[in-house]
Design a protein around this ligand. Structure first.
Ligand code: EPU
Length: 425
């Protein structure tokens, strides 16, 4: 079993290069199912969720190859034909984003069987809106033995309004509508940069999409899509996590190859807490942690609001800030497992429904802690960087799902962090 061992108390200093966005690369990979020509994706992060989706594509009968060089990582995917249209439980249970193959499979191959994801550490993750939307486009869906079976003749364009905003739901329907017959209008759609990036890729593939980045997407279906080459946007959550690392260690970091324009809400919030953040051109940020952090309330929102995927990292900072911060989670209302681990490190956090009340600053002391999900594990790394003594983070496979070599990147800027292998308890 691998764990991360962090010894706290060192300010971070230096440069970190930000990788490609996992949550943009995953839908882009699924989009490759829409054509028999190769789709070449650049700046794909080397994280486990990407390998999991590659495995799933392989199961479906799709070819892919990964190349890593000095300029970054390139993934080529070609879905010439399909061996079978089934996304098995064993893969879907490890990564909910597997559901992204549903829309493309139905649109191009007229059939999909995707395991229902089931429960998850961050709360309910239903896919009812994905299914409702696909039915609106003419598919039939039924649940059999834990799988969603969707079938359609050629999908037909339609108007669909999401009851609530869903990122992968929007991605799924956007991909499905690209090959549908006629025009689709998606209302109350997600505006996340990862959706805009997907729309850009689909457009290169020949799709006709307008309104990307707004809450209404208009898609004029085409009968065939072609291959394309596309560079995945930088990971705004990885970059935000390293901003928090500078803040919590009173360090000084320069983040390269990021997109500050995708990070406005995080930058604004961290500035309120006292972090000094300079935007250096289109792709770089400089951040200095203050001597004293200031408490500030936070509510997570869909983009352009403050991302739920940064909430846990924000909580780590709040434990070190002067005053009380009320953190309200509106996207995944039970996403507070990290709070319970931070308590074990000496934080003062009270949970009340969908809010966490954090009183700071409290000195943190290193402890053995358990990562419950990807972002929770990142927040425990941050807490460990600020804590006195050693923090040992168990279930580190969660962090590997979405952070490319986090211990290497942090070590390079002065953190004392390493991966350790222990025999199973
Ligand atoms: N929802 C429904 N029905 C649906 C779909 C969603 O009720 O059919 C609800 C969810 O339960 C949740 C809310 O709508 O309360 C938003 O969920 P959304 O569908 O937007 O989440 P997602 O698409 O499953 C993506 C990211 C998550 C990120 C959320 C919110 C990917 C692969 N995943 O998930 O990323 O937290 O959007 O921004 O893009 C992560 O990277 O750690 C991660 C969890």
């Amino acid at each position: 079993m691998e764990k991360l061992l962090v010894v706290g108390g060192r300010p971070l200093e230096g440069k970190i290069v930000i990788g490609g966005a996992k949550n943009a690369a995953l839908p882009a990979m699924a989009a490759a199912l829409l054509t028999d020509e190769p789709v070449i994706l650049e700046n794909v992060p080397r994280v486990r969720d990407i390998s999991t989706l590659r495995l799933l594509l392989e199961e479906l009968g799709v070819d892919s190859s990964f190349q890593h060089n000095a300029k970054g990582n390139r993934l080529t995917i070609q879905a010439r034909k399909l061996r079978q249209p089934r996304a098995p439980y064993e893969l879907v249970k490890t990564m909910r984003a597997s559901v992204l193959v549903l829309g493309p499979l139905v649109a191009r191959f007229r059939r999909a069987e995707v395991s229902l994801p089931g429960g998850c550490a961050i709360g309910e993750r239903p896919i009812n809106l994905h299914l409702k939307g696909l039915r609106k486009l003419g598919a039939t869906t039924r649940i059999v033995h834990g799988y969603v079976e969707a079938r359609a003749k050629r999908l037909k364009g339609a108007r669909f309004r999401f009851d609530r905003i869903s990122v992968t739901g929007t991605a799924n329907l956007l991909m499905a509508a690209a090959l549908a017959d006629g025009e689709t209008l998606l209302e109350n759609a997600a505006c996340e940069p990862e959706i805009t990036d997907l729309a850009e890729l689909l457009t290169k593939m020949g799709a006709r999409i307008s309104g990307a980045g707004t809450e209404t997407l208009r898609i004029k279906g085409v009968s065939r899509l072609r291959g394309a080459r596309h560079r995945i946007i930088p990971d705004r959550i990885e970059a935000g996590t390293y901003l928090a690392a500078a803040g919590i260690t009173r360090g000084h970091l320069i983040l390269q190859r990021c997109r500050p324009d995708h990070m406005r809400a995080v930058i604004e919030k961290f500035r309120e807490m006292g972090l000094e953040i300079k935007i250096r051109g289109r792709t770089s940020l400089e951040v200095k942690g203050p001597r004293r952090l200031q408490a500030s309330d936070l509510t997570t929102r869909e983009y352009p609001g403050f991302a739920t995927d940064m909430q846990a990292q924000y909580m780590a900072l709040a434990t070190q800030a002067d005053g009380t911060s009320v953190i309200t989670e509106t996207i995944f209302e039970k996403r507070f497992m990290h709070a319970l681990e931070m308590l074990r490190m000496g934080a003062d956090v009270t949970l009340e429904g969908r809010s966490a009340i954090v009183r700071g600053p409290t000195p943190l002391s290193g402890a053995k802690v358990l990562a419950s999900d990807l972002r929770a594990s990142a927040s425990l790394v941050l807490a460990g960087l600020a804590a006195q003594g050693e923090t040992l983070i168990d279930r580190v496979y969660h962090i590997d799902r979405g952070y490319d070599r986090i211990e290497e990147k942090l070590s390079q800027v002065g953190a004392k962090i390493r991966r350790v292998s222990t025999s199973p308890a």
